[in-house]
Design a binder for this molecule. Structure first.
Ligand SMILES: Cc1cc2nc3c(=O)[nH]c(=O)nc-3n(C[C@H](O)[C@H](O)[C@H](O)COP(=O)(O)O)c2cc1C
Length: 189
């Protein structure tokens, strides 16, 4: 059943979804630069811009090292991604004080990247299933930084080429109703 909006929204909010079928081709020239550019313009508290993206392009030693970080359920379909990214943020401001909204701001930046990927006809799939400690070593995470997620980005492939159980799940999912997460004045009892 196609996604249905309960109130008018721009169509790309519904048509974006986290596919797992990648074609195995490299990213189009300049695509990664544009995705990072989209992330660059995300809003952040005090314009602190705490997000950090560490990327690895397919076919490189770094891609293999990033792929090795992934949980078993993410490894098979990520093999054919054009790039793998680790999304992190700096947890302090320039004056050394805590950046209380670093995670929130970085979430906004990742969503900008994901939406731009979708608008280019690419797939961007966020992942929490990976070894965070090893990732910190692999990317050389500085001490006042935190890792949030990884992202697989690539050209879309054919659903039929995905192995099971991924093939059967390769379709957009649904959402709870707005009433489950938005409340006037106070949480509903
Ligand atoms: C932070 C984060 C972590 C996620 N972790 C994984 C993951 O490890 N493996 C996976 O297959 N999908 C993962 N997902 C994808 C979610 O399952 C997906 O976004 C959610 O089901 C909503 O579906 P949609 O993105 O297709 O709209 C993750 C998404 C986010 C934002």
């Amino acid at each position: 059943m196609p996604r249905q909006a309960a109130a008018p929204v721009a169509p790309f909010f519904l048509s974006r979804w986290s596919g797992r079928a990648f074609s195995g081709e490299p990213l189009p020239d300049g695509a990664l630069a544009s995705l990072l550019e989209a992330a660059r313009w995300a809003p952040s508290s005090g314009n602190n811009q705490p997000w950090r993206f560490v990327y690895a392009l397919s076919g490189t030693a770094a891609f293999k090292a990033f792929h090795d970080l992934l949980a078993p359920g993410n490894k098979p379909w990520c093999k054919k991604a054009g790039a793998l990214l680790v999304v992190a943020s700096r947890t302090t401001r320039d004056d050394g004080s805590p950046a209380g909204t670093h995670a929130f701001d970085t979430g906004a930046a990742w969503m900008s990247l994901a939406l731009q990927a979708h608008l280019f006809g690419l797939v961007a799939h966020g992942m929490g299933g990976f070894d965070y400690e090893k990732a910190a070593q692999v990317i050389g995470l500085p001490s006042d930084h935190a890792i949030h997620c990884m992202v697989a980005v690539g050209r879309p492939g054919r659903r039929e080429d995905l192995p099971e159980p991924y093939r059967g799940r390769e379709e957009p999912n649904d959402r709870r109703a707005v009433g489950a997460f938005a409340f006037e004045g106070r949480f509903a009892g």
